[in-house]
Ligand binder design. Structure first.
Ligand code: SF4
Length: 346
């Protein structure tokens, strides 16, 4: 039986997910010490460069995720996703703070509607991990989340929207909310007669598998609405035994599990890595769903992979894997009625 949490560093007892969150690494010096690396191996600006990049979007990474990184490797693909570096501070043409123009899709505080039949609730700004490529790294969460009365307004808007059949819980990470708050969201969603599905977009089962606790499993299992859980893993090394165990328990609730990844230079822009990721997801009971071409988010140009290379990678992937293990290569574009597929579905 796999333990579903790390031991608490102070008591030696199994840590709850809340304790693991509180104990996440937020200091670049500590992170590099844990991995046996020096600042000058990661950033030409050394420690000053690492710290400067973390001012507006702080470093944050759970220890169990750090434990999956390769010590002594400055190119580790998991480290690259979380370490703030001074390259983020360089402006690049075409990269902006709201490339998806989400502000234009806002129908109520915390409620976005981009596509027909679906609406998205920004339920919280909190995440267990801070992914440096995040497309919402500059999102104004303070205006949208945190207060129950803002949820009230979002649900009033949904009640007057008979065309919305699917509600997406997003963030931040909705599984940063307590089970009690999730239960309240689930109950309000279930009271909307037009809703047919509830979708949860979350990275927590990957980066903080202890979040998949018994309370959450019970909540999902008794949901009257069918639940789709879209997790977010970018590299096979993120999926260790504890994560597989968490995903299998999630699947045991009857939820449909899908994964979406972001194509990231230096992380997974390689056909072997993409194939490993798809196979590891399948072994854990998850189908690869989308591979997102990176958004043009300010501070993330160093992760960019151009579209032609992205197409080549996915064609190569399709040549070696069955179709159900090949994610759809897509980009979200403001004002479009759905995601834009960069390759026709095979
Ligand atoms: S978990 Fe998702 S929302 Fe949170 S920082 Fe990472 S990509 Fe962004």
């Amino acid at each position: 039986m796999v333990s579903n949490s790390l031991p608490d560093r102070h008591s030696g007892l199994p840590a709850t997910w809340q304790q693991e969150l509180a104990d996440a690494v937020s200091d670049p010096v500590e992170l590099l010490d844990l991995l046996g690396l020096r600042p000058d191996q990661l950033d030409p600006g050394g420690l000053d460069g690492l710290r400067a990049a973390a001012v507006t979007f702080p470093l944050r990474v759970p220890r169990s995720f750090v434990a999956r990184m390769r010590p002594g490797d400055p190119q580790d693909p998991l480290l690259r996703q979380v370490l703030a570096a001074s390259v983020e501070l360089q402006d690049a043409p075409g990269f902006t703070s709201d490339p998806l123009e989400e502000a234009a899709a806002r129908r109520a505080p915390g409620l976005l509607q981009k596509y027909l039949g679906r609406a998205l609730m920004v339920t919280t700004g909190a995440c267990a991990i801070h992914c440096r490529y995040c497309f919402r790294r500059d999102y104004d969460y303070a205006a949208d989340t945190g207060l129950e009365r803002r949820w009230e307004e979002a649900f009033r808007t949904l009640a007057a929207s008979p065309d919305v059949e699917e509600l997406l819980l997003s963030g931040g990470d909705p599984l940063s909310l307590s089970n009690a708050r999730l239960e309240s969201l689930f109950a309000r969603a279930a009271a909307l007669p037009q809703l047919r599905r509830l979708r949860i977009h979350t990275r927590n089962p990957i980066v903080l598998p202890s979040r998949v606790d018994n309370g959450l499993l019970a909540l999902l299992a008794r949901s009257p609405l069918p639940v789709v859980v879209v997790v977010h893993a970018n590299h096979a090394a993120e999926i260790d035994e504890e994560v597989r165990d968490a995903l299998q328990r999630l699947r045991g609730t009857g939820a449909q599990l899908l994964n979406q990844s972001v194509l990231l230079a230096g992380v997974n822009d390689d056909v072997d890595r993409l194939a490993d990721l798809s196979c590891s997801l399948f072994d854990a009971g998850v189908l690869p769903y989308y591979l997102h071409a990176p958004d043009y988010v300010r501070g993330t140009a160093h992760f960019h992979v151009d579209d032609e290379r992205a197409r080549c990678l996915v064609r190569d992937l399709a040549a070696r894997l069955p179709g159900y293990l090949v994610p759809r290569l897509a980009r979200e574009e403001p004002g479009k009625p759905g995601k834009t597929l960069l390759l026709p579905a095979g």
